[in-house]
Design a protein around this ligand. Structure first.
Ligand SMILES: Nc1nc2c(ncn2[C@@H]2O[C@H](COP(=O)(O)OP(=O)(O)OP(=O)(O)O)[C@@H](O)[C@H]2O)c(=O)[nH]1
Length: 365
């Protein structure tokens, strides 16, 4: 089989069903990978045991390949707890029987701890984790406490116990590596989600309030010459009241899309309130900001939000303020806000650039 075919088989076995929500897909795939890798591990171990001629453990390892395959099937049907329970039961049985069969000093006892680690980092509910930990702990404790008092079932195993211990150590090393790799993947995923949620607005995917104000703060601290443009959608409440909140959300997404498309590479856009957006323009002249504002108006007029058969034209009122006009960042934000309020009072769909200049729709266009 070529590496491409193997990769396709791996993807087919591990990829999440389409119906699964995006945020659960990665977790689903990591667990599916665990089942496939566990099957391969048992298969590998069965091959080693063929060499050592221990038929019972060969059969048990092949049985574990079968149970891991069954667990993967349950997992594909989204019966996640059942899948994990099947896998854990089979592995626990295998470890216990291996200790009884070969003897307590052949390295099988390490697998109890690996099983516990694997279960604890799984996506099982906390109450299942507590119950299963208690079962694994009890079985491990009973087996290890009784170990000095029993004679292994397979007495001739003494001859190759050293080989088995070595094989077990290599396997434990590999499995531990896999568990740590998985932990790393989970940590990275969480970190990525936290960073994304802390930076971006979930609805419009532009920067959130905290992140856009942070951008402005950075520029202020670097004493850069920058300008703020505060935009607020006009009569947005009517959109919600007439067409519903879902339509309102769609309009907000459309507004963000239009504004983002009108910006230059260095300009930063964030959503600071319900239907309010803030643009930070680093090192820009008034004319440049005016030209972006005109572009936004033109694009909004040319591409109103289209919802199935419905066209929803929305306009923005805008307030502009430049850093050089004030002595603090808070004063700058307040100034943009005051000018936005004036744009609203002046009839909406206006841009207020200074305390004297109001630029209406016709002039901006
Ligand atoms: N769909 C949707 N609506 C939101 C969201 N956040 C805030 N809103 C709504 O936005 C509307 C804002 O209404 P107002 O503050 O009265 O403003 P307006 O109707 O745009 O009127 P003016 O700003 O004065 O032109 C309210 O109905 C809020 O419920 C959101 O995330 N999604």
């Amino acid at each position: 089989m070529t590496s491409r075919a193997l990769q396709r088989l791996w993807e087919w076995l591990c990829s999440a069903p389409g119906a699964l929500p995006l945020e659960q897909r990665r977790s689903y795939e990591v667990i599916a990978q665990t089942f496939v890798l566990a099957s391969l591990g048992h298969l590998l171990f069965a091959c080693v045991l063929i060499g050592l001629q221990i038929p019972l453990l060969i059969v048990l390892n092949l049985a574990c390949v079968a149970t891991n395959t069954a667990a993967l099937m349950f997992h594909r049907r989204l019966q996640l707890n059942r899948a994990m329970s099947v896998k854990l039961t089979a592995t626990l049985l295998l470890i216990t029987l291996s200790v009884w069969w070969i003897g307590p000093d052949a390295g099988f006892e390490y697998y109890f701890f690996l099983l516990l680690c694997e279960m604890l980092i799984s996506d099982m509910a906390a109450r299942y984790k507590i119950a299963v930990s208690a079962v694994i702990g009890s079985v491990a404790l009973a087996t290890l406490l009784m170990a000095p008092h029993f004679t292994p079932w397979m007495l001739e195993a003494a001859a190759f116990r050293k080989d088995i211990r070595l094989t077990n150590l290599v396997m434990v090393f590999l499995i531990l590596g896999l568990i740590l790799w998985r932990l790393h993947a989970i940590t990275e995923r969480c970190e990525h989600h936290f960073r994304r949620d802390a930076t971006y607005d979930y609805l419009t995917k532009v920067l959130n309030r905290r992140a856009i104000f942070h951008e402005a703060e950075m520029l202020w601290q670097q004493e850069r010459d920058f300008t703020l443009l505060l935009l607020d959608a006009d009569h947005f409440k009517q959109v919600n009241d007439t067409h519903g909140h879902t339509a309102g959300d769609e309009v907000l997404r459309h507004l963000a899309y239009i504004v983002r498309g009108a910006l230059r590479e260095d300009d930063r856009l964030g959503r600071v309130g319900g239907e309010e957006f803030l643009i930070v323009f680093p090192d820009s002249t008034r004319e440049e900001v005016l030209s972006v504002a005109s572009r936004i108006r033109r694009c909004l007029a040319d591409q109103p939000c289209q919802l199935e058969t419905l066209t929803l034209p929305v306009t923005f009122s805008m307030g502009m303020a430049a850093a050089k006009e004030v002595t603090s960042l808070q004063a700058l934000i307040d100034m943009a806000d005051r000018r936005l309020y004036r744009a609203k009072s002046a009839g909406r769909d206006q841009l207020v650039m200074s305390d004297l200049e109001i630029i209406g729709p016709a002039a901006v266009l």
